[in-house]
Design a protein around this ligand. Structure first.
Ligand code: NAD
Length: 285
């Protein structure tokens, strides 16, 4: 992996890829990029030289901040409001991207929501909206990207791949999650959607992979880390004894989008401080 600084918030440190710019000339779309992980990923791609479309649903202010951060590091960006679960919105978003940038090289399907409930109290609406945004939204965006990848073909001076898709999954693509059955089902679905797409599309030089974050401090899970008591409980699940920051995910996305990972197909890169390492066995079980 590239030698990227962990602490991108620190003014005297810049990530290595902001100097090397491995994504120069590439066009990226990041969904749900007005906050949290999506925003950090979009800024990292911009630092790495990509032009970035910032998708947001309602948080225009957050989207504008992401656009500014990317422009400040010398790359192009614009914001586009769209609901990823709606086919017409998704098509309009890709059309706006093609009008502005001509094509897409990198899709990061990041939008996601939680609607938690005890299993027998979960409404069909709670089930449906989580599947619609977290799984169907990724399908709709990937479908538009793949159509364009196939139309355009490889441009060797831009990338060895025809296109790259990065699905934002979760450790919950493999860890069951009581009280969050809709969310875990959506991420389990993302895992096999991603792998099946990767198998189908690898011969066309389209690379499809996922990032599986562990616990990252964002608006989606504020209750899990915003008090010292909650954070202590959460740390019991994290061998690295640190709750992750959105900036932990950006470098992983840059690497998966770059030619440095050209031989990586159909894998989930877990960025989780070891959450998948059965932390209950830390003291010998
Ligand atoms: P977040 O709430 O900050 O980000 C979610 C984003 O999705 C927001 O920008 C929101 O506007 C967008 N979104 C929601 N519904 C949308 C819709 N219909 N259309 C378009 N955009 C929509 O939370 P986050 O933690 O940054 O989540 C980003 C992704 O990371 C999600 O897929 C989430 O499941 C995943 N994830 C997060 C964690 C974590 O600990 N924070 C862990 C594992 C996976």
């Amino acid at each position: 992996m590239m030698n990227a600084s962990h602490d991108q918030n620190s003014s005297n440190k810049v990530p290595g890829y902001s100097i090397i710019k491995p994504l120069k000339g590439q066009k990226a779309l990041v969904t749900g990029a007005s906050s949290g992980i999506g925003k950090a990923v979009a800024v990292a791609l911009g630092q790495a030289g990509a032009s970035v479309v910032i998708n947001y649903r309602s948080n225009e202010k957050g989207a504008a901040e992401a656009v500014k951060a990317i422009k400040d590091c010398g790359s192009e960006a614009f914001a586009f409001g769209a609901d990823v679960s709606q086919p017409a919105d998704v098509q309009a978003m890709f059309k706006a991207m093609f009008d502005a940038y001509g094509t897409v090289d990198i899709l990061v399907s990041n939008s996601g929501i939680q609607q938690d409930a005890a299993f027998d109290e979960m409404t069909l609406a709670q089930w449906q909206i989580v599947i619609d945004v977290n799984l169907t939204g990724q399908f709709l965006c990937a479908r538009e990207a793949v159509k364009e990848f196939k139309r355009r073909g490889v441009v060797p001076e831009v990338s060895r791949a025809v296109g790259k898709i990065i699905c934002m999954s979760s450790v919950h693509e493999v860890i069951p999650w009581a009280g969050h059955v809709n969310y875990a089902a959506s991420k389990g679905g993302v895992m096999l959607m991603m792998k099946s797409m990767a198998q189908e599309l690898a011969p066309l030089k389209i690379r499809v992979n996922s990032i599986g974050p562990g616990a990252i401090k964002t608006p989606i899970n504020t209750a899990a880390w915003s008090t010292p008591e909650a954070e202590q409980e959460l740390l019991k699940l994290i061998p690295a004894k640190r709750v992750g920051e959105p900036e932990d995910i950006g470098p992983a996305a840059v690497w998966l989008a770059s030619d440095e990972s050209d031989y990586v197909n159909g894998t989930t890169l877990f960025v989780d401080g070891g959450m998948l390492l059965y932390p209950g066995f830390e003291d010998g079980g």
